[in-house]
Design a protein around this ligand. Structure first.
Ligand code: TIU
Length: 226
């Protein structure tokens, strides 16, 4: 029996047995003061606003026993999976693989690459290490979701127009329905936050749905009361 969450362009109907929570790249390098993102001149408070509602969604999904997946963007320490184009883009003084404020930037195993303490994965929750912006590219995410019978994704994380949008587009092409929680995603650019969400729900939900954490949590709560 479907649960229903208020969303745009229309309500998101989902089955708790086939829905997973996916939290994208809530890594210190992007989100924490003193990390790579801030070193690039970005205002991380725009991303940090997403932490409290995402914590509430994570707690509700754990209680409802939904599969929970975390992702991290980053590369092998030898950088063998880092395309030269990605390495040189931006002409940064300190870029991916270089020494940054929290260890080597976006390198697996480094402190800055890991997920923030507030949203620490629990034992048994898969963490997908991805070399690209999309969580499906060059990862086993699709296999993990398919093996659990997942067909719908509830998406949180950063950044809205980069890794969240890329992942939602990849998921859409693979046949998943995605609900993006607008208060649980963040961008360094307010105009991209707005446009990134508008693009998902335009044209009748061309890539998916956009909703709010409280409405999704309320819908999940209706499962608990059944
Ligand atoms: N996770 C993610 O979005 N990676 C980025 O590089 N985002 C930027 O907005 N730069």
């Amino acid at each position: 029996m479907a649960l229903v969450a208020k969303a745009e362009p229309y309500e998101f109907a989902f089955d708790a047995r086939t829905t997973a929570l996916v939290i994208i790249d809530m890594q210190r390098d992007f989100v924490d003061p003193g990390g790579f993102g801030e070193a690039l001149g970005n205002d991380v408070s725009l991303l940090r606003k997403a932490i409290p509602p995402t914590r509430r969604v994570l707690a509700a999904c754990r209680q409802a026993r939904l599969p929970i997946i975390h992702t991290r963007e980053g590369h092998r320490p030898d950088l063998s999976d880092l395309p030269p184009a990605k390495k040189t883009r931006g002409r940064l003084k300190a870029g991916i693989g270089d020494k940054g404020p929290m260890g080597r930037i976006l390198v697996r195993g480094e402190y800055g690459h890991d997920i923030i303490d507030e949203l620490k994965p629990a034992p048994g929750e898969p963490v997908i290490d991805k070399p690209g912006k999309g969580a499906f590219y060059a990862t086993d995410l699709d296999a993990i979701l398919k093996s659990r019978g997942v067909r719908q994704l509830v998406v949180c994380g950063v950044t809205t127009e980069v890794c969240v949008n890329t992942t939602v587009r990849e998921a859409n092409d693979r046949g998943y329905d995605c609900l993006v929680l607008e208060d649980c995603v963040g961008s360094y650019f307010p105009e991209f936050q707005q446009a990134g969400l508008a693009m998902i729900k335009a044209q009748g939900g061309i890539f998916g749905w956009v909703g709010r954490s409280k409405d999704f949590i309320a819908a999940l709560g209706r499962k608990e009361r059944r």
